[in-house]
Design a protein around this ligand. Structure first.
Ligand code: HEC
Ligand code: HEC
Length: 358
């Protein structure tokens, strides 16, 4: 790794860089858990008491293969970092948590750099970026973001490709009958159809990443455990805001979030941008029973009517994908996957956990 990346690794766990001196990037992106949250809270607690992040903390693995946000030639939104794609690079992204009052809660760039000056990593920072760097806050802040980015780009831990599935692809491990069946269901366009978005074929000489980094509206249920949701008028609309500001007028994109990789997904519960679904089996079950049995996922109102897609205002519920398999169904239809098939898909997803030893 470069000197900047080595430094970035230390800064990633440097708790000096938060309002309380108790939180670092690693508090929410734990290297011992594939750089995902270390616990199963819906959304992580912030550094300051009473605060919490607005969304589930994703694993930071395999992000080096992502690109900045853009509309593809056919208009498909693609790429960018965070669940709504608003950060163009990993460096841009890193400024978010440092300055977010609900995360590391520093008050300004100057505040961060003043803390960096007091950090055990100050001397190394000056060694890498120049002896006067900490006297130039804007430059120092930019170098801090760069170092954090280089760590994520260069450290092989962020893209180990060491799952059972990778070993199987290389002919060095055997999948069980259930795992193989799950893989077939995952790929089958008329069954799970998962690979339509969570691409299971390698692209550009890389092993498969299980995401195409596009966006889709899945209509995940509202999560009452999230503080912001106490306000019935608050909605996290993903691409169209309010966290992201530039696409507010494109209301056809309201409710769309970026397709995450499914590598290591067995270890990163709870699921989806708001952590509303607690187990991997339920995440798979949600896909196939959302439309056949909506009452299993959404609350009913006082008239007994199921509030389908209740985490979106009524005006945007039509944005939810109801045309592709497996969610092209209605009550009374058979779900695209049976219970035993769901178990097979879960078995397959378990083969995507890195660090497999035969
Ligand atoms: C309090 C918990 C918390 C802390 C601390 C934190 N993050 Fe995050 N991180 C999150 C959450 C929540 C998201 C999702 C944000 C969103 O979608 O708006 C996220 C998203 C990200 C992403 C985008 C992932 C993707 O799939 O596009 C990166 C990269 C990242 N964080 C890096 C960092 C770095 C670097 C630090 C330290 C400077 C850090 N995080 C500190 C909670 C945290
Ligand atoms: C049309 C695109 C599409 C298809 C098809 C699709 N997904 Fe997804 N998947 C997404 C998007 C978008 C998200 C994030 C949605 C959100 O958080 O609101 C997601 C999220 C997930 C998550 C949560 C991951 C996490 O880290 O929280 C799991 C698990 C998952 N998908 C599994 C599957 C399985 C299994 C199938 C097939 C049965 C499937 N997906 C089919 C687009 C798709």
């Amino acid at each position: 790794m470069s000197a900047a990346a080595e430094l970035g690794a230390r800064l990633f766990t440097d708790t000096t860089l938060s309002s309380t001196g108790a939180m670092s990037c690693a508090s929410c992106h734990d290297a011992n858990n594939h750089h995902a949250a270390p616990d199963t809270r819906s959304v992580p607690a912030g550094a300051n008491p009473g605060h919490e992040a607005g969304r589930q903390a994703p694993s930071l693995q395999y992000l080096r293969f992502n690109t900045r946000f853009a509309f593809a030639a056919d208009g498909t939104p693609t790429g960018g970092f965070t669940w709504d794609g608003r950060a163009a690079t990993l460096a841009d992204q890193a400024s978010g948590p440092l300055l977010n009052p609900n995360e590391m809660a520093n008050t300004s760039i100057e505040d961060v750099v003043a803390k960096l000056k007091r950090s055990v990593n100050a001397a190394e920072f000056q060694k890498v970026f120049g002896s006067d760097i900490l006297d130039r806050p804007a430059d120092a802040f930019a170098r801090l973001l760069f170092a954090l980015q280089q760590y994520q780009l260069e450290d092989p831990d962020f893209a180990p490709f060491s799952s059972k599935y990778d070993l199987w692809l290389a002919g060095k491990a055997q999948l069980t009958a259930s795992e193989l069946k799950g893989m077939a269901l995952f790929n089958d366009p008329s069954k799970g159809n998962c690979a339509a978005c969570h691409v299971s074929a390698g692209v550009g000489g890389n092993p498969p990443l299980f995401t195409d980094n596009t966006f889709d509206a899945l209509g995940v249920p509202r999560n009452p455990e999230i503080q912001a949701n106490a306000d019935a008028n608050y909605y996290d609309l993903g691409l169209c805001g309010p966290t992201r500001a530039d696409l507010a007028a494109q209301t056809n994109l309201c409710g769309a979030f970026r397709v995450p990789t499914l590598r290591n997904v067995a270890r990163t519960a709870p699921y989806f941008h708001n952590g509303a679904i607690k187990t991997l089996a339920d995440a798979v079950r949600f896909y196939v029973r959302r439309d056949t049995n909506p009452e299993e996922w959404y609350p009913t109102d006082s008239n007994g009517v199921v509030q389908k897609f209740n985490d979106l205002p009524a005006a945007y519920r039509a944005n939810v994908n109801t045309t592709e398999a497996p969610y092209n169904r209605k009550p009374g239809d058979a779900p695209a996957l049976s219970e035993s098939e769901i178990a097979d898909v879960v078995a397959f997803l378990n083969t995507l956990t890195d660090g497999y030893t035969p």
